[in-house]
Design a protein around this ligand. Structure first.
Ligand SMILES: [Mg+2]
Length: 282
């Protein structure tokens, strides 16, 4: 492993609460679940040490999965993106919120007419799964709110009319923003809030992390029980909350959204906190 000039500091919990705890080396786990945005990459830039860490874990025979709340690409497109960044990735290692949204709708309302406030890849996945798209308020069964950089007042109007006519609101993910180089992009929370505000309704379900369905889906993919998995992510309210609630160990990396200062007040404490992914193999 390449050693950096500034080794990351690791804390199992805010160290002031456990003053006798020595600096902690992260033990190896049979399975690793990696968030993507802010954890593996920012925009189209691989984060430092990500490639080395993944290669090392794979060389040791550890199972790896990628678990993203971002619904703006299909799983196939995520495989292509990860490979384009020089990483090994297989379709059977990738779970994202659009994939889980399809599974949820297939279970609860197969073939139901939908109106989607989302981008083309999500609409394509839902259409391919047998869900017709509609803009007729009286026939729409579900309005799907998502990360939508093509959101318009027209879409808000259709969602408003559909929900007032009896449609249910569901959502792909609860993220407020998606970290990108130099800042962020408003994410699904903004779209959900707009629809909830004008209709005075609440989402029936939000399938993205921290929802248990995400942990169950990726756990089944890895074929490992939660206690044998380490969830690695940059966001306390999604990655760490999901992993902790599912009984997984968690690593918060400080390369995306959440900061070390926010850890103390988080309802779910990460098992480990590190400046970067290299802490996994040091
Ligand atoms: Mg993230």
């Amino acid at each position: 492993m390449r050693m950096g000039l500034h080794p990351p500091s690791l804390i199992p919990h805010p160290s002031s609460f456990i003053p006798h705890t020595p600096p902690m080396k992260i033990p190896r786990y049979p399975g690793y679940i990696f968030d993507l945005d802010g954890t593996i990459y920012l925009g189209d830039q691989l984060l430092p040490t990500a490639a080395d860490v993944l290669a090392q874990l794979r060389a040791e025979g550890r199972r790896v999965a990628f678990l993203s709340n971002n619904p703006t690409r299909t799983r196939e497109q995520y495989v292509a993106k990860l490979r384009g960044l020089g990483l090994q990735a297989e379709l059977g290692e990738v779970v994202n919120s659009s994939y889980v949204m399809v599974q949820w709708l297939r279970t609860h309302a197969p073939g139901a007419p939908l109106f989607v406030c989302g981008e083309a890849p999500l609409i394509g996945e839902l259409t391919a799964a047998g869900f017709p798209m509609s803009e007729r308020p009286g026939e729409i069964a579900f309005v799907v709110a998502s990360f939508d950089r093509t959101f318009t007042y027209h879409k808000l109007q259709v969602a408003f009319d559909a929900i007032r006519a009896g449609a249910q609101l569901v959502a792909t993910n609860p993220d407020r923003f998606c970290p990108v180089p130099g800042g962020g992009e408003p994410d699904a929370a903004a779209i959900i809030a707009a629809i909830e505000a004008c209709t005075n309704t609440r989402c029936l379900v939000n399938v993205g992390k921290p929802a248990p369905i995400m942990a169950q889906t990726v756990g089944a993919m890895l074929q490992l029980p939660p206690e044998e998995c380490l969830m690695v992510g940059d966001r306390l309210m999604t990655d760490i909350a999901m992993g902790a609630a599912a009984g997984m160990a968690t690593l918060l990396v400080l390369t995306g959204d959440s900061t070390r200062a926010e850890v103390a007040d988080a309802p779910y404490q990460p098992t480990y906190v590190a400046e970067r992914l290299a802490a996994l193999v040091e």
